[in-house]
Design a protein around this ligand. Sequence first.
Ligand code: ARG
Length: 280
Amino acid sequence: MKKNKIAVAVALCMAAVLTACGGTAKTETTKAAGAETTKAGAETTKAGAETTKAGAESSAAGGKLVMVTNAEFPPYEYHDNNDIVGIDADIAKAIADKMGMELEIQDMAFDSLIPAVQSGKADFTAAGMTVNEDRKKNVDFTDTYAQAAQVIIVKDGSDIKVPADLDGKKIGVQTGTTGDIYAGDIKDANINRYNKGMEAVMALTQGKIDAVVIDREPAKVFVKENAGLKILDEAFTEEEYAIAVKKGNTELLEKMNAAIKELKDSGELQKIVDKYITAE
Ligand code: ARG
């Protein structure tokens, strides 16, 4: 299992999902953000498995924060060899630092993130997660830390030019995301769900579907790395990202909000974003 994961991460790297896979900036991040996860994961199966379990159990008490994410979402979270890096990983690390806590990052399917937080398996999720009313019933969200949007990716030359053209089309989404939810509002939509956004993009390049609805920044990365695709000018929806904690965990929520405010005020948050997103 673990080997497979590593193989996939390496393959992804080779496919240059992101340009600077081995870049200095990212390697540094890795060290800062993913140190533990990384080492545990990279060493041997036994070490990795144990660390993960111990971390999950001791999360509340032991000076360690366990974060869950779905690292298929560059530039917010993605694999860089054996590490999970990205804007969310760096923000989470900065928050943990301010709280004087260690950070452990675990990777899982996107639609498992909220259940993991609800059950207490994790302390929080940072996953480019959009705040919405439905999710608010199950978790508490921190203050938002990013503006986002769902956009539409099509093949060059597609007859889909604006969101209204999606009616009756085959649309690819990542399971359980807001793209998945909003695609449900499209008339006669034929929704195709994938475990990873990148898989939806692959299906689009192969002509299996007509469009992908996904968050803007990952869309930019995927389009850059796959010839013959473009993002429609008109966004599908505007949204905002926040971190989610267990419902009623006001202590953690307040500490995280204080840290987020500090990161915003000091310009540190913007610095993290700029490290991963270069202005056009
Ligand atoms: N913003 C979207 C949502 O909240 C997609 C997030 C996907 N995140 C990820 N790490 N795969 O539903």
